[in-house]
Design a protein around this ligand. Structure first.
Ligand code: TTP
Ligand code: MG
Length: 357
C-alpha cells in the first residue's frame, strides 16, 4: 500500500438492450421500446428484460410481466431478446473500459468497476477521465452510460445510479456518509427485499437510519451480515476491484475401481479425461493456457503438477500432450495409482482472444 486514497469508477450502460436495438434501428428514435418476451397482443407470458426511458414513463420496468407492460404501454415497440448481439457489444465496451483502469472488474453484462488510482491525481482529474471514457463509448458504440466516481466500489456503484441516463456523479470520501444518508437501504449492495422488510420492522428505512442504529443489535438480528450492513451504511468498503472470469478452470478426475500400475491404461484414461475437459472448454468458447494433472497413489498421497504454455490454445492435442507429459514422472513401477485428474485453467473467451490478434 502506498497510502494513496483509491479512486474507483463504476460504469453502467443506460437501458442497455433497448439502447443497442435503437442504435441499429434509427426509426425507433423517440418511441417507447421494450425488449423481452413476446407480448402476443397482451396474452404473452414471460417478462420485460428492459425498457427505454420513454417506456419507463409509462411505468414499464425490468422483470415485469410482459402482459402488464402491454397494458401500460400498448403503443410501445416490442422486440425479442437478441442475446448474441448484446454480448458482442458488451465485449467491445468491456475492451474499451479495461484499458482505462489499473484494475478492471466486469459486473454483469453492462457494468464494470475500474480502479483508476494511479491514473489520476485527485477528483478533478478523475472527472476529466470519466468524461473521456463516456465520450469514447459514445463515439465508438453510439451508446451512453452513467458513471459513479468515489473512494470505493460500494459508493461508486450507488453514485452511478443517481443521474441516469448519461450521468456522471462524483462523491468524495468526506461527503460519502451524507450522500448515503437519505437513500433507501435497498440501494446498498446485497440488500434485497427480505432484508429490506426485516430492517423496516426495526424502524430502519434509510441508509442514515442504518448508520445510526446500534451495531450490536444489527449483529444480533443479521449475524455477520449485520456488521457488514453497518459498515456499508457508513460508506466503508475495502473490497478490491478484481478481474474474474466466471469459470476459473474446467477439470475432471476419476478414481479407478481398483488401484492400478497398468500405465498404458492410466495414460489412456488421461487422454479420455483430457477429451472430456476439451469438450467442455470448447463448448464454452474458451482458450486455455495452463494444464494441471492430479495423481493420487494407493496410500492417498496426492500430487498436482501444472504447466503453463507459451500461448493460449483451443487444441485438444495441446491438452493431451501436456497432460501426458506432466503425468509421466508419476508413473513409477513401485506405486499403484488410485486417481488421476486433468484440468485446464487460465481460460479466456474466444471473443477476447480474437480481439488480441
Ligand atoms: P440494468 O443495468 O439493470 O438495466 P438497463 O441497462 O436496462 O437500464 P439502466 O439505464 O437503468 O441501467 O441491466 C442491464 C441489462 O440486463 C438490461 O438492459 C437488460 C438485462 N436485464 C434483464 O434481462 N432482466 C432484468 O431484470 C434486469 C434488471 C436487467
Ligand atoms: Mg444498465
Amino acid at each position: 500500500m502506498n497510502g494513496k486514497k483509491r479512486i474507483i469508477f463504476h460504469v453502467d450502460m443506460d437501458h442497455f438492450y433497448t439502447a443497442v436495438e435503437e442504435r441499429l434501428r434509427p426509426e425507433l428514435e423517440g418511441k417507447p421500446v421494450i425488449v423481452g418476451a413476446d407480448p402476443s397482443g397482451g396474452e404473452g407470458r414471460g417478462v420485460v428484460s428492459t425498457s427505454n426511458y420513454e417506456a419507463r414513463k409509462f411505468g414499464v420496468r425490468s422483470g415485469m410481466p410482459i402482459s402488464r407492460a402491454w397494458k401500460l404501454c400498448p403503443q410501445g415497440v416490442y422486440l425479442p431478446v437478441n442475446m448474441p448481439l448484446y454480448v458482442k457489444v458488451s465485449d467491445r465496451i468491456m475492451t474499451i473500459l479495461r484499458e482505462y483502469g489499473d484494475k478492471f472488474e466486469q459486473w454483469g453484462i453492462d457494468e464494470a468497476f475500474l480502479d483508476v488510482t494511479s491514473k489520476v491525481d485527485g477528483y478533478i482529474e478523475a472527472e476529466i477521465l470519466a468524461r473521456e471514457i463516456k465520450k469514447h463509448i459514445l463515439v465508438r458504440e453510439g451508446l451512453t452510460c452513467s458513471v459513479g466516481v468515489s473512494c470505493n466500489k460500494l459508493i461508486a456503484k450507488i453514485a452511478s445510479e443517481m443521474q441516469k441516463p448519461d450521468g456522471l456523479t462524483i462523491v468524495k470520501e468526506e461527503n460519502a456518509e451524507k450522500f448515503l444518508a437519505s437513500l433507501p437501504v435497498r440501494r446498498l449492495l446485497w440488500v434485497g427485499k427480505k432484508t429490506e422488510a426485516a430492517l423496516g420492522v426495526m424502524g430502519i428505512a434509510t441508509i442514515g437510519d442504518l448508520a445510526s442504529h446500534d451495531p450490536g443489535e444489527l449483529t444480533e438480528a443479521f449475524g455477520v451480515m449485520g456488521k457488514q450492513l453497518y459498515l456499508m451504511a457508513h460508506g466503508i468498503d475495502n473490497s478490491e476491484v478484481e478481474e474474474r472470469t466466471e469459470i476459473k478452470s474446467i477439470g475432471r478426475d476419476v478414481t479407478f475401481q481398483e488401484d492400478t500400475d497398468d500405465f498404458d491404461f492410466v495414460l489412456k484414461t488421461v487422454d479420455d479425461l483430457a477429451e472430456d475437459v476439451y469438450n467442455q472448454v470448447s463448448s464454452n468458447q474458451f482458450y486455455f493456457k495452463t494444464v494441471t494433472i492430479r495423481v493420487r497413489y494407493e496410500n492417498f498421497e496426492t500430487h498436482t503438477h501444472a504447466k503453463t504454455l507459451f500461448f493460449a490454445t483451443d487444441r485438444l492435442l495441446d491438452l493431451t500432450k501436456t497432460a501426458r507429459g506432466l503425468m509421466r514422472p508419476y508413473l513409477r513401477p513401485d506405486r499403484k495409482i488410485r486417481l488421476v485428474g486433468v484440468r485446464a485453467s487460465n481460460l479466456m473467451s474466444v471473443s477476447n482472444q480474437k480481439k488480441l490478434v
